[in-house]
Design a protein around this ligand. Structure first.
Ligand code: IFM
Length: 469
């Protein structure tokens, strides 16, 4: 028996009240820029987050993705931890600037890292789930217009081809994009994320070019493997109106359009939602959408990843009182309201009902697509005390969300797997290292990893195949 097993709180003996289907994928997720560090290793060149983080005032404490958790050097130990927890799947992202430094030719050394990682995972019986774009656009491509430039979609397709050629025989599930909403609306709308641009017309172009890149990547992956399952991961959410007043309901429709349907409709229905086009016509003429693009975007995929954290509660803004510099075009028409109840350290409300709702909504509106919860988790102010991290809030958060996911399964959602965000504490983008999402604590001075109680709890959930409440 390992020390880890001795320390865990076994739930196998207790009655499992909510059992997940046999073959359910129990996983954890990370992203390259948030954990790898090694930003100049083996030919990697800067991405937009290196540049953004080096710009004073953009990231809390002046933090950057270097050295993060040094996963690039410590991946073997990290995979050993995953194996000890009993993970059945690991969702990581591939760093575009490692594989194609400066966005140009393929870099064999960069690809070799993911080759080693995938083999290491397989040697421990863990399914590799690869995300191709988790926000680390090579800086040179941004200098040519980034996602507001159609060419970036083509560069993405070429990069996807490199990765699929190398890993296509072993990756179990591909996510082309992670949360394109963030890339487009935080990157080019509010500017809170890299590249820090504030131009809503460009944000809408970015949406389209990200989706086009998704479609081109699907083609590239299919060309390299016959066995791959392909999906994309979106931060779909539930948008609730603060009252039944027509104007509040309309505000919820507007935000639902720009958060959910602007991505889901093109991918699963082959067109953009008409109301979104109408809502944004003063900002964009949508001339960037070319005739055959939607055929490429709506190619059949095999699943959908949903990253769920919190619902939105919105209403109409009184004229002149709304925010003008938020992520959304016409943001000033909508007012955000505070959801009551407990909150995480991100100040995000804890509301698992939204997870059940979004899983069932996708089935109702888009069909019986295999679904994966590709991210779900919470930041809390964890501390190591006598070698342990008692993160009971996180255990409660995860437990309640798994219960909601189970409820959705009971009601017919085609849910195949669940990935905790995150395996390790990591670089939380503009908030730096201050927010800890990991089930494994990382001491950034020493790089020592400590399994939090939530990791031990999750190990037991995986062993038992379900939760007790
Ligand atoms: O850390 C991020 C991740 O990169 C994308 N989804 C949300 C997480 C928490 O903010």
């Amino acid at each position: 028996m390992t020390a880890l097993m001795a320390a865990g709180t076994s739930i196998q003996d207790q009655a499992v009240k909510r059992r997940f289907p046999a073959g359910f994928w129990w996983g954890a997720a990370t992203a390259a820029y948030q954990i790898e560090g090694a930003v100049s290793e083996d030919g990697r060149t800067p991405c937009i987050w290196d540049t953004f983080a080096a710009t004073p005032g953009k990231v809390a404490n002046g933090d950057s993705g270097n050295p993060a958790t040094e996963h690039y050097f410590r991946y073997r130990d990290d995979v050993a931890l995953m194996a000890e927890l009993g993970l059945g799947a690991y969702r990581f992202s591939v760093a575009w600037p490692r594989v194609r430094p400066r966005g140009q030719q393929t870099n064999a050394k960069g690809l070799a890292f993911y080759d080693r990682l995938v083999d290491e995972l397989l040697s421990k019986g863990i399914r590799p789930v690869a995300t191709l774009y988790h926000w680390d656009l090579p800086q040179e491509l941004e200098d040519q217009g980034g996602w507001a430039n159609r060419e970036t979609a083509h560069r993405f397709g070429e990069y996807a081809n490199d990765v699929a050629e190398k890993l296509g025989d072993r990756v179990a599930l591909w996510n082309t994009l992670n949360e394109p909403w963030c890339s487009a609306f935080l990157g080019y709308g509010s500017g809170a994320h890299a590249p820090g641009k504030k131009n809503h017309a460009d944000a809408l172009k970015a949406v389209h070019h990200l989706l086009l890149g998704h479609g081109l990547a699907v083609q590239a992956i299919r060309a390299n493997t016959s066995q791959a399952e392909i999906a994309l991961a979106i931060n779909a959410g539930v948008v609730r109106a603060v009252s039944e007043k027509e104007s509040d309901v309309d505000a919820a429709r507007r935000i639902d359009g720009l958060l959910n349907r602007i991505f889901l409709d093109p991918v699963f229905k082959g067109h953009y939602p008409q109301d979104v086009i109408e809502d944004t016509k003063t900002i964009s003429d949508w001339a960037h959408v070319q005739e055959t693009d939607l055929q490429i975007i709506s190619q059949k995929i095999d699943g959908l990843g949903l990253n769920y954290y919190q619902p939105d509660l919105v209403g109409a803004a009184e004229p002149g009182t709304g925010e003008t510099d938020g992520p959304y075009p016409n943001n000033d028409k909508v007012k955000w309201h505070r959801v009551s109840g407990p909150r995480t350290e991100m100040d995000w409300p804890v509301d698992p009902t939204g997870l059940e709702e979004i899983l069932l909504r996708v089935k109702r509106d888009y069909g019986d697509i295999p679904l994966y919860i590709t991210e779900n988790g919470a930041a809390y102010p964890d501390q190591v005390v006598d070698g342990a991290v008692h993160d009971n809030d996180r255990i409660d958060f995860l437990n309640r969300h798994l219960a909601a996911a189970h409820q959705a399964l009971d009601k017919g959602a085609n849910l195949r797997g669940y990935f905790v965000w995150s395996l390790l504490d990591n670089f939380e983008w503009a908030l730096g290292y201050g927010k800890r999402f990991g089930i494994v604590h990382v001491d950034y001075q020493t790089q020592v990893r400590t399994l939090k109680q939530s990791a031990l709890w999750y190990r037991d959930v995986i062993n038992a195949g379900g939760i007790t409440a």
